[in-house]
Design a protein around this ligand. Structure first.
Ligand code: NAP
Length: 233
């Protein structure tokens, strides 16, 4: 089994995920880039060509349980362990509606990716994380799911991230004593396809805390982070 630290980043083909893949590969991790679309994943690997030796692209749609199970089998066969799982892939959904206006199908489709995706990933990859060294799960959440910010538009997204935050606390408590830490983090408002061009942060800034949490000794399990600091749930 390799001594090199191995990280898996979902939605690693673009946006903040690609920034995390790049940052971890520069820190000499072996990074498994999860990409829903193979062509897009190959393009992303080409974009990071100088770091290519540290990146292994793997097709991964986190809304498809069979795909997740197949991915876990591949990682098990190829590497035999996982040290860091970064649940980054996410969607805002098609609707900006408040909860009283939002239709249930919209909520279900956002929950399928943002809430059930990480839940299924964590279950499928837990045996590999148990074989990892100083293993961590990092859930890329959002301040829009913080309890004191649950109002207004994007209700499906807010509910999904508030749920992801709850998962983070529950799983962290479950794993106490097993040596696997779990944290959630908000990247801030980042210039990606999701964040838009008016966002205040670069992709490097948005990716920084996830890269730091992947190995920081100071990381506290069961906490919510932004800018390398604990923030309120
Ligand atoms: P983005 O640019 O829209 O990228 C989203 C990524 O998620 C893409 O790689 C996309 O893959 C992937 N994805 C979506 N559905 C997927 C699925 N079913 N299976 C696998 N991958 C899937 O978004 P981003 O801004 O980088 O956001 C990354 C994370 O940060 C998200 O969880 C988001 O909620 C969070 N966040 C972002 C901001 C911000 O301002 N940007 C703020 C707070 C939190 P495809 O290329 O195949 O679509």
């Amino acid at each position: 089994m390799s001594d090199q630290r191995i990280a898996l980043v979902t939605g690693g083909n673009r946006g903040i995920g690609l920034g995390i893949v790049e940052g971890l590969a520069k820190e000499n991790y072996l990074v498994i880039m999860g990409s829903r679309n193979i062509d897009s994943g190959n393009l992303a690997v080409d974009f990071l060509e100088d770091l290519g030796g540290n990146i292994d692209m793997m097709q991964l749609d986190i809304s498809d349980n069979r795909n997740i199970v197949r991915a876990a089998k591949y990682v098990s066969k190829t590497y035999g362990k996982l040290d860091v799982l970064i649940n980054n892939a996410g969607i805002t959904g098609k609707s900006e509606a408040s909860l009283k206006e939002c239709d249930i199908q919209e909520i279900e489709s956002v929950m399928k990716v943002n809430y059930y995706g990480p839940l299924k990933m964590n279950k499928a990859f837990m045996p590999l994380l148990r074989k990892g060294n100083d293993a961590r799960i990092i859930n890329i959440s959002s301040g829009m799911g913080a309890l004191d910010d649950l109002f207004g538009e994007y209700s499906a997204y807010r509910l999904s991230k508030a749920g992801l935050n709850s998962q983070t606390i529950l799983l962290s408590n479950d794993l106490q004593g097993e040596g696997i830490k779990v944290a959630a983090m908000c990247p801030g408002w980042v210039r990606t396809d999701m964040g838009g061009i008016d966002a205040t942060r670069s992709i490097d800034q948005g990716a920084d805390t996830a890269i730091w949490l992947s190995s920081a000794t100071e990381m506290e399990s069961g906490k919510f982070y932004r800018d390398r600091k604990v923030i309120p749930w």
